[in-house]
Design a protein around this ligand. Structure first.
Ligand SMILES: [Cu+2]
Length: 128
């Protein structure tokens, strides 16, 4: 039941922030007590899939982002923990860090040919 809800929320991700916020309970990782978590994501010019990557506080996180575009990816409010990183089309961007702070943080792409940030998702760090 909650799985199908999660899938529906995944489709809505990126359209409306309120919709994403409504999905938060479904994004909680099943193993909050696992020391580490690896999430595979796909990046295009205007979207990240899944758009609501979620982890638990204190987890060692690895985001593996398969990129279809050139640009800079960053997580607003998490820049001190995850510095902005360059993505290249056809390459894999790996971001490894400890999720030290819980909360929700917008993920933004600054495409190489357009410095204006595009909101592509929300990174959620749950309380364990
Ligand atoms: Cu930005």
């Amino acid at each position: 039941m909650s799985r199908s809800l999660g899938a529906a929320c995944g489709l809505a991700a990126g359209l409306v922030v309120a919709a994403i916020t409504g999905c938060v309970p479904d994004t909680r990782p099943e193993a909050c007590d696992a020391p580490s978590i690896t999430l595979e994501l796909e990046l295009t010019i205007d979207s990240l899939t899944p758009g609501t990557p979620a982890v638990c506080r204190d987890q060692e996180v690895t985001l593996v982002i398969a990129s279809g575009v050139d640009g800079v990816v960053h997580i607003h409010g998490y820049d001190a923990i995850v510095p902005a990183a360059a993505a290249s089309a056809g390459e894999e961007l790996r971001l490894s860090f400890i999720a030290e702070r819980s909360g929700q943080y917008p993920i933004e792409l600054h495409p190489a040919d357009d410095p204006t940030g595009v909101s592509i998702g929300v990174f959620t760090v749950h309380e364990p």
